[in-house]
Design a protein around this ligand. Sequence first.
Ligand SMILES: Nc1ncnc2c1ncn2[C@@H]1O[C@H](COP(=O)(O)OP(=O)(O)O)[C@@H](O)[C@H]1O
Ligand SMILES: C=C(OP(=O)(O)O)C(=O)O
Ligand SMILES: [K+]
Ligand SMILES: [Mg+2]
Length: 573
Amino acid sequence: MAASSNSRVFMQGIIGKSPGTGLGNRVSGVCFRTSGVRSGIKLGVRATMQVGLEEVESSQLPNSVDGNLGFDVVSEGELREKGFLGMRKTKLVCTIGPACCLLEDLENLASSGMNVARLNMCHNTWEWHRDVIRKIKRLNEEKGYCVSVMIDTEGGQIHVVDHGAPFSVKAENESIWLFTTQKFEGSRPFTVQANYEGFSEGITVGDEVVIDGGMASFEVIEKIGNDLRCKCTDPGLLLPRAKLSFWRDGKLVEKNYELPTISTKDWADIEFGISEGVDFIAMSFVKDANAIKQLKSYLSNKSSESIGVLAKIESLESLQHLEEIIEASDGIMVARGDLGVEIPLEQIPAVQAKITHVCRQLNRPVIVASQLLESMVEYPTPTRAEVADVSEAVRQYADALMLSGESAIGSYGQKALCVLRMASSRMELWSREENRQSALHQRQLGVSLPDRIAEQICNCAVEMANNLGVDAIFVYTKHGQMASLLSRNRPNSPIFAFTDNHSTRMSMNLQWGVTPLLVELSEDMEANITKTIDLIKMKGVLEEGDTVLVVSDITPSCATPKAFQSIQVKTIV
Ligand SMILES: Nc1ncnc2c1ncn2[C@@H]1O[C@H](COP(=O)(O)OP(=O)(O)O)[C@@H](O)[C@H]1O
Ligand SMILES: C=C(OP(=O)(O)O)C(=O)O
Ligand SMILES: [K+]
Ligand SMILES: [Mg+2]
């Protein structure tokens, strides 16, 4: 507990009667109160941490319970089947595409554990996306799922718009191709149309054109205006929308194309997302914190600040501004697809480890994305190497894993999701057994005293929860902050985050180990605690002897301090 020189710290014991277990109704409580005064400035903060053990009667049920509990059917089912410790912590994101856009497909994904549905605005029409979003909302409302919606912008990027065929085209060794921005109709062999007039700016004879990070390579043999005549030096496939990068002497030619991070199309897509009430916007090809700040202030002016803004790390430039981007955003996606176009593939694992580590330090949720189970686009079973890759992301404590083509266009999307679920659960169990979370060294985030107190309370709460082996952690949260501070410590038990705010609930779907629940909350925190315990008990999943560690803002036993946080351990009797 950080207490400045003239802070008061006192303990208060509350003695109650002890039944056979040796634990009383209120056996002991310790109350630490600090009123911080620093550098002569009165901070006006009084934080109390109360630690008490209490037994909770189950007899007054169910009549005392009012209101409903938004507890999604998937988490509830998982809890019934596997118990508190068996609940999956790693969140799962699925890209929705033509292979999974029917109501039935979406429900299959939801019931298999999809926490967030991702819509890639590079593809398809608004009508198509709107239809998917509405179906998901319908499933949430009518069938009790809790699936958040994310749109993913196109962003500024150089890619192929036409290569003369609807599918892939093979580029043979030594074949000669023209890369141009001229539009052409129908089939024009050996011609590739790029999306941006200035795509070849600064590129000279002898430079290398790399397709999709290595699918095929060409050498520039002639420059005619903006067009490039190239010879294929490494044969391979040209896919629709293939990405182009340019290399010189084994290094990426860093080009500032002056393509805005948020294009006119992206702004229109963002407007669309706002009007459809999406929960997250993932921004492609972020270069620095500016575009993130710009979008966040735009959303705030439109009273849509509850939409989470995620930054996709998929360019060399974003790696150079990593910390400022992470700090400015509400979450990060390690977009390994495009990252692999911009940096040599062998650097991807180290870069992923670094990004997930910095996200842990700065407390932002991080999604590991792209090619996790790529072979499952075609085959019903993953490769062993893919399962190892997924497990490594879970071991790194990534908040979420994402499927792309596996769910969007593959025939085995639901199966792929099950593979992610199984692999996550197994690695989470292993990490617990190895007590790996104890090696997480947390950077202090808070600057103000109240923020530092909240952080310390959550750190202590998780340590207690792990040491005591409680079944669940309960927290009450308005904006998800306390829940994320608990999640940050990667506790063994699941975090049940109760909120009365729908947007907060949906935003917590990317937080590791957090089960978001919607419930009406009152000013009386003790009543909220009783009510939520009762509601969970009514579901029949909280039983006699279970223990719950409760992190809350106010308890009635101390007078009326302004900021007042407590940790209590409740045993169900
Ligand atoms: N809404 C959609 N409509 C049609 N196809 C889609 C859609 N979303 C994704 N896809 C397909 O799924 C593949 C994988 O999705 P994703 O990784 O998001 O896109 P990309 O490969 O373009 O980066 C895409 O290449 C595309 O073929
Ligand atoms: C997720 C990614 O972005 P997109 O699919 O939009 O290219 C990626 O590049 O890995
Ligand atoms: K995209
Ligand atoms: Mg990308």
